[in-house]
Design a protein around this ligand. Structure first.
Ligand code: HPA
Ligand code: MG
Length: 245
């Protein structure tokens, strides 16, 4: 319950679409448990780690090192496998930002499957969403590849995202996926931002909750740059100017 009240403190309500005809579609996970990175977390000094030389001067700090992401992903894989047991799932990777987390998460679930008497059969599908320009969220959301989701009918779907902030994107995506009548929808996101008025929708599995700041790396971009950075980092003002559109 401590977890639950902490969760409510920052305004969250679990993933559910209020006026959905099948409101039991979104099985909520009240045991949600994730690392909350505090507002005053300074990150790590850049010279403690390695990163591509082409980004020197463009970053302020390493916010979440790659190794920590991988360790957390290993645990999320276990939680997902424990919850979904030996059911079949369709993993729906939200591109582009989600590709790295999705690949690493799926790999960790596969390792568990190889070492377990019960294994869950996975297939992977993709959808592409785009809503950001520079470091700002834009009002209209582009959805690409959303027509071919009829494979989701009657299936257990695990949506895999890199980041959820207002939850608006996730809400739109859930409404859309619901039209294909899956049996169950679960959502895993590596990051969730603590933003004001976040009430629409939150994931079932969260790697880290972070303050409301713009991060890049581990496939998260700023105008398509920084996807080729393995750590999650905070950009410098110089970096923002350099790649601004
Ligand atoms: N970084 C990159 N892409 C994003 C972010 C972010 O902080 N939030 C939403 N999309
Ligand atoms: Mg982006």
């Amino acid at each position: 319950d401590a977890v639950k009240s902490r969760y409510e403190m920052w305004g969250g309500t679990q993933c559910s679409l209020k006026n959905s005809e099948q409101s039991n579609l979104y099985v909520t996970n009240m045991n949600i448990c994730h690392q909350q990175i505090p507002d005053d977390w300074p990150g790590y000094r850049l010279d403690l780690f390695t990163y591509p030389k082409h980004y020197s001067g463009d970053l302020d700090c390493v916010y979440i090192p790659h190794g920590v992401i991988m360790d957390r992903t290993e645990r999320l894989a276990r939680d997902i496998k424990d919850d979904l047991g030996d059911q079949d799932i369709v993993v729906l990777c939200v591109l582009k930002g989600g590709h790295q987390f999705c690949a690493d998460l799926v790999e960790r679930i596969q390792v568990l499957n190889r070492n377990s008497k019960r294994s869950l059969l996975m297939t992977v599908d993709f959808i592409r969403l785009k809503s950001y320009l520079n470091d700002q969220s834009m009002p209209d959301l582009q959805m690409i590849g959303a027509e071919s989701l009829s494979v989701l009918a009657g299936k257990n779907v695990l949506i895999v995202e890199a980041i959820v902030d207002t939850g608006k994107t996730l809400h739109t995506l859930l409404s859309h996926i619901q039209t294909f009548k899956p049996k169950l929808i679960k959502v895993a996101s590596l990051l969730v931002k603590r933003v004001p008025n976040q009430s629409v929708c939150l994931p079932d599995y969260v790697g880290f909750e972070i303050p409301n700041l713009f991060v890049v790396g581990y496939a998260l971009d700023y105008n398509e740059y920084f996807r080729d950075l393995n750590h999650i980092c905070v950009m410098s003002e110089d970096g923002k100017q350099k790649y601004r559109l």
